[in-house]
Design a protein around this ligand. Sequence first.
Ligand code: IVH
Length: 716
Amino acid sequence: MAKTAKAKAPTDVADLTKAQAKVEHKRLALEIENHNKLYYQEDAPRISDAEYDALRQRFDAIEARFPEFVTSESPSQKVGAAPSGRFKKVRHALPMLSLDNAFAEQDVLEFAGRIRRFLKLGDDDKIDFSAEPKIDGLSMSLRYEGGELVTAATRGNGAEGEDVTANIRTLEDVPNKLKGRNVPEICEVRGEVYMTKHAFLALNERQKAAGDTIFANPRNSAAGSLRQKDPSITASRPLGFFAYAWGEMSAMPEATQSGMIGWFQRCGFKTNPLTRLCHSLEQLVAFHRKIEEQRAELDYDIDGVVYKVDRIDWQERLGFVSRTPRWAIAHKFPAERAMTVLRDIEIQVGRTGSFTPVGKLEPVGVGGVIVQNVTLHNEDYIKGIGGDGEQLRDGRDIRIGDAVVVQRAGDVIPQVVDVILDKRPKNTKPFQFPKKCPCPLHTDVVREETATGEEGARARCTGEFACPYQKVEHLKLFASRRAFDIDGLGEKQIEFFFEQGWVKEPADIFTLEARNNKIKLEEIEGYGQTSVRNLFDAIRRRREIALERFIFALGMRHVGETTALALARGSGSWKSFHDGALKVAKGDEDAIAEMDALDQIGDTVIKGVAAYFGESHNRGVVERLTKEVTILDAEKPKSNSAVAGKTVVFTGALEQMTRDEAKATAERLGAKASGSVSKKTDYVVAGPGAGSKLAEAKKHGVPVLSEDDWLKLIGE
Ligand code: IVH
C-alpha cells in the first residue's frame, strides 16, 4: 500500500513496474472486496455500477499482465463476487445444503452403519445407494412452473442465492421447457454447472490476450462466466450442467434417487453418465476406486464421489443433521500432489508470539489451485524429526533450494510431504531456525509450553506485548469479524495504522476520530471523505459490544470464541468477569474454583486468563479500552422454539418416530436430549412401556408428556 502519497492520475497498466503493479493489485483487491461486502451483505452500495466496473477492469488488467498475482483469494476468483454486473437475490424454497465428507473406507462404513441404526434396519435388510461423481463446479437450482423455467439461482449462502436466470438460459444443457407430459406444476431441478478443462485453458488464453480476468481453475471460471451482466458473454463460454437433485416439487414423479435421475433425462437434462446404482458397501468402494482411476482422463474436475440412499422415503426419514443430509456423503479422493522448488522459508509471528515457518514455493498447480505458500509447522518438522513430517519424509530435513513434493487434500492447507534428495543442490545447508524474533526487538525465542506444561514443538518470542509483531497481530484479531467486527479496518489497514503509529493498542481505535484533525486520513491514497466517514461510523457503532465478543477480543491465550462465550455466559457481566479474572491472576483460590466451576472452563483457560491479567501492561490496555466502550451483559441463549434450552428425555416406545428421529428433532430445535432423568430434566416424553424413567420423573416432579403432547409442543 502506498503510504502517504496523495492521489494522482493512474499510470497505464502497461507502464506499471511489477512492484507498482503488486502494490496496486493489493489495494484494489481490498477496495473491491469492501464494495462487494457493502453491496452483497449490507445492500448499501457506495459507488455506481460504472465506478465499480472501472475498478474491476483495472484490477483484471493487472492480473492479465501479471498472472502470478492471481490466487484463489483474489476477488476475481470469488464465487460470491461479481466480475461484472450484480444480481437480484432469490430465497430458495428449500435450502441448498452441503455434504458431509468421508476420506477413508472406515468413514463410509460408519455412514452406512448410522443409516442402518437410524432406520432400525436388520442386518439382512439391503440399502441401495446411488453412486455419482462429485463434480467440482457450482450448484444451481432451476425452478420450473408449469413446465417453464422461471428462475435459476446460485447456491449463495444456502438460504438465499443470486438470480442468474438470463445467463442460465444460454446453456444448452438446461431446457427452457421440461419435456414430457404430466410434469408436476412446480419442479426445482438442482445440479452442477461446470466448465470442461480444455474450455478453461482456451478461455484463459483468450482472457490473457484481451487483458481480462485470468481464472485459477475451471470452477472459478464457471462461476465468473455465470456472473456476467451481459448474457451474451455467458453464451460465449462453454458451460455444462448435470442434474442430480431437486428442491421443491409439487409432486414426486419417482420414488428413488436413481428413478429421479432417469426422470431428469426424460425431461431433457444431462445427467452424469458414470452414475451407478450400488447394492453393497463393496460396490461403493469399487465405484470410488474406478472413478478415481478415470479422474485424470475426464474432461471436467471432480473431487470425489457421492453416495445417496436410493429410496426417497428413507431419505425423508433420515433427514438432516445441521446443514448436511444423513442420507448422503461425499467420499473424497486422496490428496493430489505436485513437485516444485522451495525458494525460501519465512517466519511468521502470531498474536501469541508463536512462530510459524512458512515455505515460499515456486508456484505450482495442485488439485486445481495454485500453491505458493506452505506451512512448515515448526522446527522439528523442518528437521524431519516430528509428527507427520517424520513419517512422510523418513527423517529427511527440508532446505531452501530443495525440490519438494506438495500435497493438498480437500480444503486442508497444503503440506510438504517429500524431499527429493537426488535433486538437492550441492551447497545447501540445514535450515537454521531463528534464535531471536525477527521483530526489531530481536527478543529471545523459547519453545512454547503445551497445555500439559511440557516443552512443545512451537517456538515463541518472549517479548510478549513488547513485541511489535504480537501487538499488531492482536490488533488484527481485535478488529476482525469474529471480535469487534469493525468494517473498513481489515488486516492491511491495521498494519498501516500501526506502522504510522496511529493505532498502538485497541483503545487508540476509538480515539482515532478525535485525532484525525492531525492525521488527516482523508488525504491518504485509497481514502476519501466518504470512506473516512464510513470508517468512523463503523468504529462508533462498535462502542457498544457484547460481553463475549469483548472477552474474545482481548486475545487471551486459550480463549477462543467458544470459550469466550462460556466465560461471558458464566459471568453475566463484565464487572463480574473482570473482578474474577483479577483475583484469578493473584492466585485467589476461591476465584479460581469459581471460574473452574463454569461450564466448559478448565485449567488451560484459567492459566490463559491468569497469565493475561497478571501482566500490568495488559491490565493497562484493558483499563484504557473499557473507558472507550460500553460492554453489554451476556445474553441468555435464545431461539424461538418452545423447547430451546430445555432438557428432554424420551422413554418407552414411540409410535410416530424412532427414538433417534425424536432426539434429532429435539436437538434441531435447540433442546438437549438426555438419556437419564434428573432434577435438571424439563420434560420426559413417555410412550407405552415406559418404566423406571417414568418413576424418576415423578420423583423429581418433572412433567411427563405423551408423544402427541410433545408433537403439539414443538408445533409438528
Ligand atoms: S447432492 C443435500 N450430488 O457438492 C445435498 N452434490 O458438498 C445436495 N456436488 O453443493 C447435493 N456433485 O455443489 C450432490 N452428484 C452430486 C454432486 C454434488 C457435486 C456438489 C454440490 C454441493 C456440494 C456439497
